[in-house]
Design a protein around this ligand. Structure first.
Ligand code: ADP
Length: 488
């Protein structure tokens, strides 16, 4: 990992260095180029009147012809003052009539009048380049003035401001300037920028390497490893996102562990709880088979009834076990919808009337009037009601009664199932909600699994509700829960 970090650091640094070199060289080129142009423009402006002065002070034409003597004097004069100037006498069409310049190098005999006219029209205020007679196709800064002879334009004095002489010196100087000052300055700037840049890159990659280290720890099984650093921007975000991901992974891992524990518990419970009824069934069947000839009809019927009852109980136990296990493993998601609780209560109580009558128990309902719908999973709430009424009937002796009530309280409805049964002893009130708990108040265990209340509790948990118990031994019990009303 260390080497990865280093390679990232060095790769970014190398790219940064190359960028700096490119920027430095471009800067150098642009500076040299534009300072040259700037210098030329300044030079042209400073010498704006040079050609005009030469034209006025010399007398290039006498009787319409070139005055060679006057020209020679003027050329000598100019050369002694400024040897970098090249002076040309042109006729009206731009043909060179006479000039002062290194003679052997003048290759053109005509000057392009386009730039000349442009320069005169703008009165020398514009930066224009004109023909360089030494180099066909090359242009140089110049100054020009018309020559007037006998009140008419006879030609031009055309002065190339940066002549050959100037070129040679300027080239030498620019080379020396560039290498001695420019490059040194740029190198120094680059070094400083590189130094500062490397420190910044180091700081950034250091945070990145910290994140990698934490990731590595996490990968190796340290699920508590989290990125702790104060940074800004993307790096901080990477750290935060990793932490969130790690949290999710850890929570999921914990949940998986819980599910695994539940799964093992389920298998243990199922095998334990199923063993007894299966053993009973097996025992009776074997007895029936072995003593087939000796058993009376009554005895046979008794055995068969016991087998039938135990099978029913076994069926209920298996069903409830799976129901509770699914709820505990969070595999049941309530599908909530608005429905009328009074309708549900009426339906269920009607279904139970027959069993109640058989046991000589009276079921009555007291329902709140004009109750708005509740918002819950109708089939899960039906299961809750069934279990509560089952219990109420189971633990109420003949001649007793069971009442189901709905009462509206603000945005909720309170639902209670009350019985006049045997009640639950105080010391067992908490335990009865647990798995498999069967209170001592009840001795006939035929129809009891000890899972009913645990299932109810889980379903109500899913509805953010809870089950309340008010009970007194030998007087009866009330199981109460609330559901939210449906608000549009
Ligand atoms: P089961 O009824 O199958 O045993 P439950 O979880 O429904 O399982 O109930 C757990 C225990 O709580 C019961 O065994 C019983 O002792 C007690 N119990 C539940 N409801 C009542 C009730 N209405 N009256 C008296 N005791 C009750």
């Amino acid at each position: 990992m260390k080497s990865n970090y280093n390679s990232l650091f060095w790769r970014i640094s190398a790219i940064f260095f190359l960028l700096l070199v490119c920027v430095g060289l471009s800067f150098e080129y642009i500076t040299v180029h534009y300072s040259g142009l700037y210098f030329e423009e300044v030079n042209q402006q400073l010498n704006r009147n040079t050609a005009a002065d030469i034209a006025t002070n010399s007398n290039p034409f006498t009787d319409g012809k070139v005055n060679d003597k006057a020209m020679e004097q003027m050329f000598d004069h100019v050369m002694s003052i400024n040897p970098s100037l090249e002076v040309y006498l042109l006729d009206k069409e731009g043909t060179i009539l006479s000039y002062y310049a290194p003679k052997q190098k003048v290759l053109l005999n005509k000057i392009d009048l386009g730039p000349v006219k442009e320069y005169i029209e703008t009165n020398g205020t514009k930066y224009v380049k004109g023909t360089d007679p030494h180099h066909p196709g090359r242009y140089k800064i110049f100054t020009v003035a018309p020559v007037i002879n006998r009140n008419e334009r006879a030609g031009y004095i055309y002065v190339v401001l940066a002549g050959e002489h100037y070129d040679t010196i300027s080239e030498n100087l620019s080379q020396s300037y560039l290498w001695k000052v420019g490059l040194r300055g740029i190198l120094l700037t680059l070094l400083v920028a590189l130094f500062v840049g490397l420190i910044i890159i180091r700081l950034i990659t250091r945070n990145f390497s910290r994140i990698l280290e934490v990731m590595q720890k996490f990968k190796q099984g340290d699920f508590a490893a989290r990125v702790e650093m104060k940074s800004v921007g993307d790096i901080q975000q990477v750290g935060d996102i990793f932490n969130e991901m790690a949290d999710i992974l850890s929570t999921n891992g914990e949940k998986l562990k819980e599910v695994e524990v539940l799964r093992r518990e389920l298998i243990a419970n199922v095998s334990h709880d199923l063993r007894t009824p299966i053993a009973i069934i097996q025992g009776y069947i074997e007895t029936l088979l072995i003593k087939a000839d000796t058993l009376s009809d009554e005895e046979r019927n008794n055995y068969l009834n016991t087998i039938a009852e135990t099978t029913t109980k076994l069926q209920k136990l298996v069903y409830e076990l799976f129901e509770l296990s699914k709820l505990e493993a969070n595999q049941v998601t309530p599908i909530k919808e608005p429905f009328f609780i009074s309708e549900l209560v009426n339906d269920i109580s009607t279904k139970y009337q027959l069993i109640a009558r058989e046991n000589n128990i009276l079921i009555t309902t007291f329902l709140a009037k004009e109750l708005p719908p509740v918002y819950a999973d109708v089939s899960l709430i039906e299961r809750v009601m069934q279990n509560l009424i089952d219990n109420a009937l189971k633990y109420t002796p003949a001649g007793g009664h069971v009442a189901i009530r709905t009462i509206q309280k603000m945005q909720q409805v309170i639902i209670s199932v009350e019985d006049s049964g045997i009640g639950i002893p105080e010391n067992e009130r908490e335990q009865i909600f647990g798995r498999y708990y069967k209170a001592n108040n009840f001795t006939d265990l035929k129809n009891s699994t000890g899972l009913g209340l645990a299932i109810i509790k889980k379903i109500l948990d899913l509805h953010n509700s809870s089950l309340e118990l008010i009970t007194k031994v030998d007087e009866g019990s009330s199981f109460i829960f609330t559901l939210p009303l449906y608000i549009k």
